[in-house]
Design a protein around this ligand. Structure first.
Ligand code: ARG
Ligand code: ZN
Length: 507
């Protein structure tokens, strides 16, 4: 810290001189040694979601203090499309500037900012200024353009931030919550339910509930304090920071998630959950499960059976992939169905019940997707292909269908040409969760395993997980690891499996 401050003092002095020269000299001043303040990009550089995330800084930690009031039950019940909750938050965001910043953006959708301070200095909320218009002093403004899916909160710090300088941004915000949808029209983000909220934000839905650099290229640690009406349970990532505290008819649930985490993997689900007794894996990972009290009958019986397998599943995946990557695990099973499960970090969320294949799938994502995330959304097959393949491995381990049988029954059927036409290595933003990404992705991994042999396949998998731990990787990075480990040229193999718009026949 001390040396960082000293370094930036030197930069200020050099910067003043360079600034004077630049204003006298040419318009296209070269990047000199001193500060050159510009705006951070309004996107993280992901071609599928150009406005997701932002540039110019890295967040190190989010502290989210959220008050949430679920919808009031009415007779007759309000249609789901019209239910509303109320969320009020204070987000304390610690970041480090990665360029000399005149201003920078956060992503925030459907929530209104009522106050913002940067490094303790209050900024003024203003209307978005016209292009090229200079704004005086510390300020912030919001763009909420639903039609173009453009949701940005711009922060103009004064003094400006120098590259390498840490800053703390405190954002006070709030709004009505509803049931947001992704680019495909699927529910995601802070999905208001009758009894609370099911919070599942892949790929860029975290901006519906907190101001965020909403892209996995900028992972951070998190802490949460979620205040809900007494009787409701709020479950987030990581481990509880103490017992819930109830006062004046409200309960505050505190959670700490110290591991690096992508924004789409945050959750803070609220409902009538029953907290189960904590169990542990053989390696000592604590497992904390929360099941909606309204789940009964077969759904409850299946959920109980499958959650009870989690400890053994952790043991099994550790034997294949290496140590479980985070401080805890466990599941949230919500009776309000969003229609899918999500591998939220340390604590997946399930709709209605937790089926065995899905439990294996979401657990495997903790290594493949969460510890190592796709560098951009194009590389989604690395998540879904792997999690699907891991559920094949688990079925075999648990005495069911072997991975070879699962491959054969996926590969054999005649399918429409359209099925084989999707290049899973570049499925497009509307193809992220296409069935082909999942099962052709799993088929790719099985074919790869057979091609390079078990020894090289699992050694390369561990190498991939170690090299890109707490970070992101691309398909090319993945291919390089497998080529290195196997000593084979795999370019034709991966072209056939990931990019050729037809059924693979030779590889
Ligand atoms: N990653 C999740 C899974 O495979 C699916 C998420 C679907 N998300 C969506 N926005 N449709 O378990
Ligand atoms: Zn998945």
């Amino acid at each position: 810290m001390g040396s960082l401050v000293r370094t930036s003092r030197v930069l200020v002095a050099a910067g003043l001189a360079a600034g004077v020269l630049a204003s006298v000299g040419a318009a296209a001043a070269p990047a000199g040694p001193g500060p050159r303040y510009t705006a951070g990009a309004d996107g993280a550089g992901d071609a599928y979601f150009p406005l997701a995330g932002n540039g110019g800084y890295d967040v190190t930690h989010y502290d989210l203090d959220i008050d949430y009031v679920p919808p009031v039950a009415t007779v007759p019940p309000t249609p789901l499309s019209q239910i509303r909750g109320r969320l009020d938050g204070v987000a304390t965001i610690d970041l480090v500037a990665r360029q000399d910043l005149d201003r920078f953006n956060l992503d925030l959708r459907g929530m209104t900012v009522s106050g913002l301070a940067i490094n303790g200095k209050r900024a003024t909320g203003i209307e978005p200024p016209a292009d090229g218009v200079e704004v005086e002093g510390a300020a912030y403004w919001q763009v909420q353009d639903d039609a173009n899916r453009r949701w940005e909160l711009t922060v103009q710090p004064r003094p400006k931030l120098k590259a390498g300088q840490p800053a703390r941004v405190v954002v006070t915000y709030g709004g009505e919550t509803s049931r947001p949808t992704d680019i495909e029209g699927a529910l995601y983000g802070w999905v208001t339910t009758r009894d609370g909220a099911m919070v599942v934000s892949e790929p860029e839905g975290s901006m519906t509930w907190y101001p965020v650099n909403d892209h996995q290229r900028d992972k951070a640690s998190y802490s949460f304090e979620i205040t809900v009406p007494a009787g409701k349970t709020a479950v987030a990532n990581g481990l509880p920071a103490g017992e819930p505290v109830t006062a004046d008819g409200e309960t505050t649930w505190s959670w700490e998630a110290p591991d690096q985490q992508a924004s789409y993997l945050t959750t803070a689900s609220v409902g009538d959950f029953v907290r189960r007794p904590v169990t542990t894996s053989a390696s000592g990972v604590p497992i904390l499960d929360f099941v909606d009290a309204k789940i009964t009958g077969n759904a409850l019986a299946n959920t109980n059976t499958n959650l009870a397998l989690q400890a053994r599943m952790i043991d099994f995946f550790e034997s294949r992939f290496g140590p479980y990557p985070f401080n805890s695990y466990g599941s949230i099973v919500d009776n309000d169905s969003v229609g899918y499960a999500l591998e939220t970090q340390t604590r997946p969320v399930y709709s209605g019940q937790a089926s065995q294949g899905t439990v294996a799938h979401e657990l495997a994502h903790q290594w493949l997707g969460n510890a190592v995330s796709p560098d951009t959304w194009q590389h989604i097959w690395l998540n879904e292909g792997w999690a699907t393949y891991a559920s094949w491995l688990w079925a075999e381990e648990n005495g069911g269908t072997t991975a070879q049988q699962a491959f054969a029954s996926w590969y054999a059927p005649a399918r429409t040409a359209a099925y084989w036409a999707l290049p899973i290595g570049d499925p497009g933003p509307l193809g992220l969760f296409a069935t082909q990404v999942y099962n052709r992705g799993a088929g790719t991994l099985h074919a790869l395993r057979v091609k390079v042999g078990d020894q090289a396949f699992f050694a390369a998998t561990r190498e991939w997980l170690e090299t890109y731990d707490d970070s992101t990787g691309t398909t090319d990075d993945f291919i390089a690891v497998f080529e290195e480990e196997s000593g084979q040229d795999l370019s034709a193999f991966f072209h056939t499996w990931l990019f050729a718009p037809e059924k693979p026949t030779t590889w």
